[in-house]
Design a protein around this ligand. Structure first.
Ligand code: FEO
Length: 386
């Protein structure tokens, strides 16, 4: 794998193919990378550490890159343990190095490690700079992208933005895969709640001449940066990325599933540009949440269950609302054998979601699909394709 990002910036990160659930909940079929970089100049800065499972590999990568020299600074942009776990190990190895981070990051160091490294602190504020020689680093606060202590770093010599979790993705760097799919699932799942803060960061960085983006996960981005910046602008402004209909359903005995499948066929027959169907009990929930934010319209189909709705649908809608779901068209299919209340409950769960257009048509099944339901499905498909 390429380690030279520029003449002076070296990659010293690691690939993780061990973790089953990233952050305890996201499947990572192609693993994940914890990126770390070294800027070699008259002074040397190391950008972040890596997850605790990779201490030895990271220290070895670092040693190879340093080529007998000692680092002067460890820049801590983000304190989540996938990046901060080796701060103490780093200081044990390089006791003369200083740590540069935001004041909030030092409070977190005290909480994580029992020390805030008072003897070697450089507290970074918005706009502070650090000269390494040729390279001058400028630090920008990026609160809630994705924790409150986050800073990003701009190197004006190589025109590199070190973007912390921003522009990150699932997937280790020794696996080839499409960027957008796993970057979107990562963004919506992990940073999606903080669209406003991402928008603020995008505005701040818009004035910079950026040639490369070095995130803490995923590949270094260096060509066609407008593509990535545009996607981040779309995602963080909660605008749909594509026209299309997602049908998210749960089904106990297959009747609600049948309605979902019939609707999918009708949508396609009506010329809907994209139809995605997700069985919430069986699919990757993070992928289903990603789809809900990706497309312009969604149909929620579930049963009344224990006086509520089926648990996977409740979980799904909670994921949407806690991430600020808005600006979409929503329709309902409900099923109930004696007291169908699912549509009302689902709508109630979306009460605080802004700019939602509810479809005029809905489908109400009383156990199994009948001809009346088929008429409702056709009407709903026709409306959703308008
Ligand atoms: Fe990759 Fe928010 O840590």
């Amino acid at each position: 794998m390429r380690t030279a990002i520029t003449n002076d910036i070296k990659y010293v990160g690691v690939n993780d193919h061990i973790t089953d659930l990233f952050e305890g909940q996201y499947i990572v079929p192609n693993g994940i990378a914890y990126n770390s970089y070294v800027i070699m100049d008259e002074k040397i800065a190391v950008m972040d550490t890596v997850d605790e499972k990779f201490t030895q590999q990271w220290l070895q990568n670092l040693k190879n890159a340093l080529n007998g020299r000692n680092p002067d600074y460890l820049i801590v942009q983000h304190m989540e343990p996938d990046h901060s776990a080796n701060i103490v190990n780093f200081i044990n190895e390089y006791p003369d190095a200083k740590i540069a981070a935001s004041d909030k990051a030092f409070v977190m160091m005290k909480n994580f490690f029992g020390t805030d490294f008072a003897d070697r602190q450089i507290i970074l504020k918005e706009g502070d700079t650090l000269s390494l020689g040729r390279h001058t680093l400028t630090f920008l606060a990026a609160p809630m992208v994705h924790w409150p202590e986050v800073i990003v770093t701009y190197d004006s010599f190589d025109k590199v933005l070190f973007s912390a979790d921003g522009f990150g993705k699932f997937g280790a760097l020794d696996v080839q895969e499409d960027w957008a799919c796993e970057a979107r699932r990562y963004y919506i799942g992990i940073v999606g709640k903080y669209g406003m803060q991402v928008q603020m960061l995008l505005k701040k960085t818009a004035a910079l001449d950026i040639q490369k983006i070095c995130p803490l996960h995923g590949p270094v981005l260096e060509e066609n940066l407008g593509y990535y910046l545009n996607l981040y602008n779309t995602w963080s402004s909660y605008e749909p990325e594509e026209e299309g209909v997602v049908i998210a359903y749960t089904s106990v005995y297959g009747n609600t599933k049948k309605a979902a499948m019939e609707l999918a066929e009708c949508l396609k027959a009506n010329g809907c540009p994209k139809v995605v169907v997700n069985d919430l009990a069986r699919c990757d929930m993070a992928e289903a949440v990603e789809d809900a934010f990706r497309y312009s319209k969604i149909v929620l189909a579930t049963t009344t269950y224990n006086g509520d709705i089926f648990p996977f649908m409740r979980e799904f809608i909670n994921h949407l609302t806690e991430r600020g779901f808005c600006k979409r068209t929503v329709a309902f299919i409900e099923n109930g054998s004696w007291f169908p209340a699912a549509a009302k409950i689902m709508k109630g769960m979306l009460e605080k979601s802004k700019d939602i257009t509810y479809a005029e048509n809905s489908v109400r099944i009383l156990s199994a699909l009948n001809s009346e339901n088929m008429g409702q499905i056709n009407a709903l498909a026709e409306e959703m394709c308008r």
